[in-house]
Design a binder for this molecule. Structure first.
Ligand SMILES: Cc1cc2nc3c(=O)[nH]c(=O)nc-3n(C[C@H](O)[C@H](O)[C@H](O)COP(=O)(O)OP(=O)(O)OC[C@H]3O[C@@H](n4cnc5c(N)ncnc54)[C@H](O)[C@@H]3O)c2cc1C
Length: 396
């Protein structure tokens, strides 16, 4: 039961977006309940990079110290060719001087855990799928259906991922997320003893990429992409991956050898394009991949989900109207105004980068690489200004 006078929010989905929303609303004084369909501890994933905007969003959630304890600042990053030559390279100092904080790498399960640890344990409800939502209206609270119960709330946050059931139900004209023509593999591996990894890198081939992200001294997050038909399943994914990249520069072959069979993740890359024009319906707000699943080329999906959470809590907590009835300025309109344009822009930018990096054309590949080599490194960093330059709204 809600504490008298506090407003209540049900968050559907206990991924990075849902947990960040719960932390943000809890800090703003809301009673929160996170409803996750999977059992506790079932969150899979490899690593993530977080740009300075995401680091600032986590700062706004009071998680600076927790992040520092679990994440590793990247010593630098850059783009290479399959023969190992660098096309562009940026140091951590350059990132800090341009954006005020470094880019960091973290194990995805650690990020989930640090967000969950910021919540009272009784807020987290695992193992029950939300099967329906009534969005409510100005005078009526929203209701979710879950495990045979109906739960009412002043606000419902739909953070139920790329295939969002809530989005399908309440935004029936929004096209479903589409396959982008390529797959992504991900794994965490122990750093091979002989591997020299001075910075993070992404190596661009023709319609293939390989990423190396050191997560501290002992662990490396690796990922790769390749064009493929949707839904294809290989008998031996790891052997296929080793064969694809065996002639690429060191330490890629050694990193592939270090992957434990069964720990390699493979996903079709999906994106929601265009993103919804409005991110709320009645008292339901869409957030994270449910609102703007994007291609992973900017390394921004999780970061934007955390930003959404900070902005949403700020927008609705300045408004008394969610508890008492909607008015012209109910907070959710502010959330829309602050987020819809930004997430649409970055979704498009990530798509364009995907077109360039997954091209099969030898001519476009050569032009792309020549451009990347000629652009001075400090200008290359400017390409990330739109994403990394975000700041949380000023606290009231
Ligand atoms: C290959 C790849 C690499 C990436 N790399 C990066 C990166 O480096 N940096 C970055 O910032 N982002 C990255 N991303 C993006 C990032 O992983 C996602 O944007 C982020 O995890 C989205 O979080 P979410 O909470 O919105 O969705 P999800 O993580 O999908 O969580 C949704 C949750 O909702 C639950 N759920 C769904 N339906 C229901 C229901 N009906 N009832 C109850 N629970 C439900 C699901 O079980 C799930 O736990 C990458 C993505 C990919 C594919």
């Amino acid at each position: 039961m809600d504490v008298e006078g506090t407003r209540s929010a049900v968050i559907i989905g206990g991924g990075i977006g849902g947990l960040a929303a719960a932390v943000a609303l809890h800090r703003a004084g809301w009673t929160v309940r996170v409803q996750e369909r999977n059992p506790a501890g079932a969150q899979a994933g490899a690593g993530l990079t977080l740009w300075p905007n995401a680091v600032r969003a986590l700062d706004a959630l009071g998680l600076t110290e927790a992040l520092r304890a679990r994440a590793a600042a990247l010593p630098g990053s850059g783009v290479r060719r399959p023969d190992g030559r660098w096309l562009s390279r940026t140091s951590a100092d350059q990132v800090i001087s341009r954006h005020g904080s470094p880019q960091v790498a973290i194990v995805r399960a650690d990020l989930i855990d640090l967000l969950a640890s910021a919540l009272p344990p009784e807020c987290l409800r695992f193992g029950d799928e939300v099967t329906g939502v009534d969005p409510g209206d100005a005078d009526r609270r929203a209701t979710i259906h879950c495990g045979g119960r109906r739960i009412r709330a002043d606000l419902v946050v739909a953070a139920d991922g790329v295939h969002s059931r809530v989005r399908r139900a309440l935004w029936p004209h929004q096209p479903a997320a589409r396959y982008c023509g390529y797959v992504a593999w991900r794994a965490l591996v122990p750093r091979p003893a002989a591997a020299v990894i001075a910075s993070a890198s992404e190596t661009w081939g023709r319609a293939e990429r390989f990423g190396i992200v050191p997560v501290g001294d002992d662990l490396v997050y690796v990922y790769a992409t390749a064009n493929a038909p949707a839904g294809q399943i290989n008998q031996d994914e790891l052997t296929d991956l080793r064969t694809r990249f065996r002639r690429w520069h060191d330490p890629i072959p050694a990193l592939l050898d270090a992957i434990t069979p069964g720990e390699l993740l493979r996903h079709d890359v999906l994106a929601l394009r265009p993103t919804p024009k409005r991110l709320h319906h009645g008292r339901v707000a869409l957030l994270g991949d449910a609102a703007h699943a994007m291609e992973p080329n900017l390394g921004q999906g999780a970061g934007l989900a955390i930003e959404d959470a900070v902005v949403l809590a700020h927008a609705v907590s300045g408004s008394a109207s969610l508890a008492t009835g909607f008015d012209q300025d109910n907070g959710l309109d502010r959330y829309d105004r602050a987020r819809a344009g930004r997430v649409a822009r970055l979704t498009r930018q990530s798509h364009l980068l995907g077109r360039l990096t997954q091209t099969r054309s030898a001519t476009v590949t050569a032009l792309r690489d020549a451009t990347a080599r000629l652009v001075p490194d400090r200008f290359a960093l400017r390409g990330f200004d739109a994403a990394a330059g975000w700041h949380p709204p000023a606290h009231r």
